[in-house]
Design a binder for this molecule. Structure first.
Ligand SMILES: Nc1nc2c(ncn2[C@@H]2O[C@H](COP(=O)(O)OP(=O)(O)OP(=O)(O)O)[C@@H](O)[C@H]2O)c(=O)[nH]1
Ligand SMILES: [Mg+2]
Length: 312
């Protein structure tokens, strides 16, 4: 394993520390001097639910555990390994590297980022811009959050840091108009990637949600293929609320994948397993901090091993 990979995994482990400590301590205390039976399995199910794995997923994992054969003197690391294996089965199909995002047949790759307030959309755009620049791709950022002047300034700062052009209009202007102008700019200047920021919107505010539809509709007047990806940004610290966010956004626009942020220091990393199991949406990356380098690839085995504190 490369040094770089090792460093990433140790950052992920640190990030997931609170979630994994709780799971691992819980498993140790449930199975200390007790066998795997209906009672301990019920306690394990409760533990998984309290770690945000969700009722259905916890239930499925427990069912799998109950079917497995363990040695008579089971130790808790065997249980952790079995759980990690089953979690890998759930996460494997949704873990998707960034370079597997849909590529355009012509023109720039357009990625629209959406989500509720404060989930990390703008920060994730900065992180993605850095990643693409490192691959020698030219990047344009569209300041589609026209609600607050501060939002444009925040995006401009990321533009400066990552050497990306930023297209913005006055506060209060139509986000669809900003997106349209940015796409025209990206095409005219042969840019490789266009990342479109949007205002945080509560999923229960209908007018704001329909504004998103308009952004997509207007972009498609220029090119029917775009945006190639509509990524929903979820804040892991909101735990179960993430489910409602996915449901509501999915109803309105065609979400093509997720990026889950704030996995550093949050005690709620387990929610990713529940989301993967329930929605099967690709997870393209995870956020483990506020800096440009804090976007990590999401890989099933690393995540499951980190969540259960298994050796690498
Ligand atoms: N710890 C941590 N903080 C993050 C992460 N991603 C974003 N943040 C922080 O979360 C806060 C909100 O991030 P923004 O990127 O402004 O979120 P947003 O979705 O654009 O917010 P609105 O535009 O207001 O809806 C900022 O303080 C970020 O630094 C992450 O992965 N880890
Ligand atoms: Mg923002």
């Amino acid at each position: 394993m490369s040094e770089n990979n090792k460093r990433w995994i140790s950052r992920l482990r640190n990030g997931l520390g609170k979630s994994s400590n709780r799971l691992v301590d819980g498993i140790s205390s449930i199975f200390s001097d007790r066998p795997i039976d209906a009672k301990t399995l019920e306690e394990l199910e409760d533990l998984l639910i309290s770690a945000d794995l969700g009722v259905d997923t916890a239930n499925k994992l427990i069912e799998n555990i109950s079917k497995r054969r363990f040695s008579a003197d089971i130790n808790t690391s065997e249980i952790r390994k079995a759980l990690a294996n089953d979690i890998v089965e759930i996460l494997g199909p949704v873990a998707r590297p960034l370079d597997q995002m849909t590529k355009p047949s012509k023109g720039p790759q357009v990625i629209l980022l959406v989500g509720t307030n404060g989930t990390g959309k703008t920060t994730t755009i900065g992180k993605l811009a850095k990643r693409f620049q490192e691959e020698n791709k030219s990047v344009v950022l569209a300041a589609g959050d026209t609600f607050r002047a501060a939002a444009v300034d925040q995006l401009k700062l990321w533009g400066e840091r990552t050497n990306a052009a930023v297209i913005s209009q006055n506060t209060g202007s139509d986000p669809a108009a900003v997106a349209y102008e940015a796409l025209e700019y990206a095409i005219a200047n042969n840019k490789d990637v266009l990342l479109i920021d949007t205002a945080g919107r509560l999923h229960n505010k209908e007018n704001l949600m329909s504004e998103l539809e308009k952004v997509v509709r207007v972009l498609r007047k220029i090119d029917e293929e775009v945006p190639q990806e509509i990524i929903l940004i979820l804040d892991a610290t909101t735990g179960q609320n993430a489910h409602i966010q996915v449901e509501t956004f999915k109803k309105l626009i065609n979400i093509s994948g997720l990026i889950v942020t704030k996995l550093d220091g949050s005690a709620r990393g387990g929610v990713i397993v529940a989301l993967a199991d329930r929605f099967s949406l690709p997870i393209f990356a995870i956020g483990v901090g506020e800096e440009a380098d804090d976007l990590r690839p999401f890989t099933a085995q690393n995540f499951a091993d980190s969540l259960l504190e298994l050796p690498r």
